[in-house]
Design a protein around this ligand. Structure first.
Ligand code: NAD
Ligand code: WQD
Length: 340
């Protein structure tokens, strides 16, 4: 079976392409490489000994997307990763996020509808639960109001997909709400390669460990949590990649007209300090840190109720925290400059 993967050269996309190839899917990637390198897919090909068909195409470019779908008229499903994801930047330049993420997705969906490709897996986010939801987040909760334009773009796309499925019941949609993916493939050949100063915790920690950054700022130690630092649900990116394979299989078995959300997380909250200490312990590195003020928009603690994905998708996040730390370090120390 052939799958279209948008944003497949990125962090989660490249790990998912690898898993798809490993279980026998054919993969067509479209990515404009605005936040990634083609080297990730070269390495996926080396690791799997299989070919990835790649097009450097923007999802907003209808003509080119249509051409790819025309050439590969046997594509049976889409996994849609392509998006901008920098939360802070989205607050400064919201239109860029609505244009790329929301408009780009609508444009892509119109082309998929024309091409009669109806199975669709969407990269959503825990942020769609908003700022008021009780923890753990469970899919039966109503979505809330995300604090950033990035988060709102994810919620808007979920709403677009819901309306689309109601109006065209040939569509089948899985909205996968990721919690905090970290780690890298165990080979150390593919991993997260952020541009410039990392916004997210794990790449920052590993760049401190490798000597690229002097010290970590921990944003807030006065939260109402076990040690005062924020708590999140960190999951291994390879587990997350498996979740996409499970979602594709689940869609195959559904009747048309379905649109469902699934949390992909472990169900276990961990604090920033627990992450830093575990990283040091597993890798034998020292992570100098200081406490800094809370970061605007951060919530004290949230994690997944992971039961629905377990029951319906037959998926759980199996890798340990030790695996997440070891694999992050393996990637970072083997590739101190990322893919460059
Ligand atoms: P990433 O930036 O590594 O990957 C996104 C990919 O999409 C990149 O390769 C980028 O070049 C591509 N892209 C962006 N806009 C495009 C466009 N208009 N046309 C074609 N390609 C385009 O990010 P990631 O961490 O792998 O995230 C993948 C998806 O998962 C995103 O939709 C993101 O919002 C979502 N998500 C990520 C996280 C996380 O913590 N990483 C959490 C929740 C949801
Ligand atoms: C984790 C914790 C920080 C950096 C974001 C998006 C979310 C999703 C995942 C895409 C927080 C603390 C961080 C640092 C720190 N993204 N931290 N020092 O904020 O939970 O989620 O990424 O879809 O939508 O909001 O992840 O990795 O940025 O932060 O102390 O230098 O680490 O305060 O508590 P977050 P993160």
């Amino acid at each position: 079976m052939k799958v279209l993967v948008t944003g497949g050269a990125g962090y989660i996309g490249s790990h998912t392409v690898l898993e798809l190839l490993n279980v026998g899917y054919e993969v067509v990637v479209i990515d404009n490489l605005c936040n990634s390198s083609i080297e990730s897919l070269n390495r996926v090909e080396e690791l799997t000994n299989k070919k990835v068909t790649f097009y450097q195409v923007d999802i907003c470019d209808r003509e080119k997307v249509r051409e790819v779908l025309r050439i590969h008229s046997d594509i049976a499903a889409t996994i849609h990763f392509a998006a901008l994801k920098a939360v802070g930047e989205s607050t400064q330049i919201p239109l860029k996020y609505y244009q790329n993420n929301v408009h780009g997705t609508v444009s892509l969906l119109e082309e998929l509808q024309q091409a009669e490709i109806y199975n669709f897996v969407f990269s959503s986010s825990a942020t769609v639960y908003g700022e008021e939801a009780p923890v753990p987040y469970v899919e039966t909760l109503k979505t809330g109001v995300p604090s950033s334009a990035y988060g709102k773009s994810k919620l808007m796309i979920e709403q677009v997909l819901e309306d689309l499925v109601k109006s065209d019941t040939k569509f089948k949609v899985a909205n996968l709400r990721y919690f905090n993916p970290i780690g890298a493939h165990e080979s150390g050949q593919i991993g997260e390669d952020p541009n410039g100063i990392p916004n997210n915790l794990m790449p920052f920690v590993s760049q401190v460990a490798v000597g690229k950054r002097e010290k970590l700022s921990i944003f807030g130690n006065d939260y109402p949590t076990k040690d005062g630092t924020c708590e999140r649900d960190y999951l291994h990116v390879v587990d997350l990649a498996h979740g996409h394979v499970k979602a594709l299989e689940w869609l195959e078995d559904q009747s048309a007209g379905i649109c469902e959300a699934f949390n992909l997380g472990t169900g276990n909250p961990l604090s920033v300090l627990e992450i830093v200490n575990k990283f040091s312990q597993v890798t034998g590195t020292n992570i100098p840190y200081e406490y800094a003020p809370q970061r605007e928009g951060d919530l004290p603690a949230f994690w997944a109720d992971a039961e629905k994905a377990k029951t319906k998708l037959n998926w759980t996040a199996d890798k340990s925290l030790e695996d997440m730390m070891r694999d992050t370090w393996n990637w970072q120390s083997n590739n101190p400059q990322g893919y460059k």
